[in-house]
Design a protein around this ligand. Structure first.
Ligand SMILES: [Zn+2]
Ligand SMILES: [Zn+2]
Length: 152
């Protein structure tokens, strides 16, 4: 499967080939600030699956509360972020999934930082969700189990 996406102005375009590792919707306050909204969508993909097919990106790095580096890759024209990565763990990136074509068809695999979601947000019954960050290995295992058809 090949998925395509772009920034808002369209100068930066990308494609992702193959299966993703899961789609997280995050309601943390950093994501609210970044998105100027209530949450962000992050689609985990292997770095090798992502290809910039047009345009250029700029980078900005901040330290997450966990101490991990978080580098945002964004369009220098319109400012939209296409993906985040930890430069110390370069095998995987987190594509900002709202930039995907057809993003309205996405369904998140996991909801994180629900504790800072607006009170009017209702997490769907039975959805995998964590009040805070959640343990990544545990989340990946749970997503894989659900995709294989046996919910824990
Ligand atoms: Zn742009
Ligand atoms: Zn977040």
């Amino acid at each position: 499967m090949i998925r395509t996406g772009s920034c808002q102005c369209g100068q930066a375009q990308y494609e992702i080939e193959g299966e993703d590792l899961g789609l997280a919707i995050c309601y943390c306050t950093e994501c609210q600030k970044m998105s100027t909204g209530i949450a962000t969508y992050s689609l985990g993909v292997p770095r090798s699956a992502f290809r910039l097919t047009a345009g250029i990106l700029k980078q900005w790095t901040r330290m997450a509360d966990s101490g991990a580096k978080n580098t945002a890759h964004f369009c220098p024209e319109c400012g939209v972020r296409l993906f985040h990565e930890n430069p110390d763990a370069p095998d995987h990136i987190r594509v900002k999934a709202g930039t995907l074509d057809g993003a309205n068809r996405l369904v998140p695999d996991v909801h994180v930082w629900t504790g800072s979601a607006p009170a009017w947000i209702k997490i769907p019954e039975g959805a995998l969700s964590y009040a805070k960050q959640g343990d990544l290995a545990e989340i990946v295992a749970a997503i894989n189990a659900r995709r294989a058809g046996y919910a824990p």
